[in-house]
Design a protein around this ligand. Structure first.
Ligand code: PSV
Ligand code: MN
Ligand code: MN
Length: 426
């Protein structure tokens, strides 16, 4: 299924007058306060977030999975779904593949399909947390950290294969997330596991093309519950530094212990030029992978404040690979992703409204109250007309969720693909 331009313009006609009124009102107010509104709108329009191929189907939990039907079961269908998201939101111009779930059979055809939908191939993800059919070695006791050299070599080779696959599609980054760790005290020697991981990553790094990045993701728990080898940003940063200039830390919002100050982590990594990628989601308890902004929208805004500051003041830090890493237990996955994209844009827009000069002055004056007023003043602004404008300018829809529903997208997908679809992935 593809959404046609006429469907979009027909849909927009109904809401255009209302949008214009709201936008003009906000725009006048912001311009009066010294903001450059068209600059903000174009920054929003430029901001693109990758959709992971595994988020397009209903996720479920270990207790059960409830299909939403019409889910994509081939790579082509996954890219079509990202195409739907992108045509509505104009914010999802990239896809992040997971190997071996998404190995293309015909590279030229997949590239052509993605090009036609204006979708780029972002970071490719390796998978050494599951045993693959006919694999010689098992990852039951770890992959890159394993005490067995044969297991480590198999895992290294897999990552090198993933780079080759990504290279053929135009990807420029490899994301390594490891499930390696231990479930019980005494099971692992921490130092051996860490050193093995470092050595394995260096071997992978040697196979990285010059214009690629390696993104090292961390996570403090799950599926191993006593220890994980790359438990936090410090471990990730040490490993990245041990590999070289093209290796960076990747922050996934759900991969922190409760109450971690993620905005501070993000800030310092940018200062050191080592923040390479970002996975958006939200959580109440652990790595819940909930819709972005559904639980802690103010925290997301504070993180974006640091990201905006970093993008403007830290040329030593590269452009980031942005991705949504959410899962959908009981929602239509595409609706959930639309909500996440909206929440990301909203937090970004609010962060762009922070008067950085005034904030700096208030900080130098130690005017704590003023500092808070400046942040909260930006946060309390209803920025949705700016998001609508950015979408309209690029040919998207005023309200992606409403358009998705009024165009009956899910019903069309079910008609096209049938009811008994099972998305491959997590
Ligand atoms: C597992 O926690 C995980 O969600 C990580 O965040 C990875 O990015 C993702 O799976 C895919 O490997
Ligand atoms: Mn992640
Ligand atoms: Mn995760």
């Amino acid at each position: 299924m593809k959404i046609q331009k006429e469907q979009i313009s027909d849909y927009n006609k109904k809401g255009l007058e209302n949008h214009n009124d709201n936008f003009d009102f906000l725009s006048n107010k912001l311009s009066g306060n010294g903001h450059n509104v068209s600059d903000i709108v174009s920054k929003l329009a430029e901001f693109q977030v990758a959709i992971p191929s595994w988020a397009l189907g209903a996720g479920g939990t270990r207790f059960g999975r409830f299909s939403f039907y019409g889910e994509p079961s081939t790579l082509e269908q996954k890219i079509d779904d990202v195409g739907i998201l992108h045509s509505l939101t104009q914010t999802a111009g990239a896809v992040s593949l997971h190997i071996p779930w998404d190995i293309p059979t015909d590279y030229a055809a997949i590239k052509e399909q993605a090009d036609a939908l204006n979708i780029k191939f972002d970071a490719v993800n390796s998978n050494t947390f599951q045993d693959q059919k006919d694999a010689a070695e098992t990852y039951k006791y770890g992959s890159l950290s394993n005490v067995s050299k044969a297991v480590r070599e198999q895992a290294i080779q897999h990552n090198l294969d993933v780079i080759k696959i990504g290279d053929k599609l135009g990807s420029k980054a490899l994301t390594v997330w490891l499930a390696d760790g231990s479930s019980f005290p005494g099971q692992n020697n921490f130092q051996t596991a860490f050193q093995n991981t470092q050595d394995s990553l260096i071997d992978i790094y040697k196979g990285l093309p010059d214009d690629w990045k390696m993104l090292v993701e961390y996570k403090p728990y799950e599926p191993n519950f006593y220890s994980t080898v790359i438990q936090d940003w410090g471990a990730s940063l040490m490993l990245a530094n041990g590999c070289g200039d093209k290796a960076y830390t990747l922050v996934d919002l759900g991969h922190h212990l409760p109450n971690s100050n993620i905005e501070q982590i993000v800030s310092i990594l940018q200062l050191k030029g080592k923040l390479g990628g970002f996975h958006f989601n939200d959580s109440k308890y652990g790595d819940d992978d909930l819709t972005v902004g559904s639980i802690k929208p103010y925290a997301l805004f504070l993180i974006f404040n640091e990201l905006v500051y970093g993008m403007e003041n830290n040329p030593q830090n590269p452009d980031l690979a942005w991705m949504i890493d959410a899962s959908h237990n009981i929602k239509d996955p595409l609706e959930d992703l639309i909500q996440s994209l909206e929440a990301i844009q909203e937090a970004y827009a609010k962060a762009l409204l922070i008067d950085q000069k005034a904030l700096k002055a208030a900080q130098l004056d130690n005017d704590v109250v003023k500092c808070q007023e400046i942040l909260q003043g930006a946060y309390r602004t209803d920025v949705r007309p700016l998001l609508e404008k950015a979408r309209l300018n690029k040919g998207g829809v005023l309200s992606p969720i409403n358009a998705y529903r009024s165009l009956d997208v899910r019903a069309s997908l079910i008609k096209e693909r049938g009811k008994n679809t099972v998305a491959t992935g997590l």
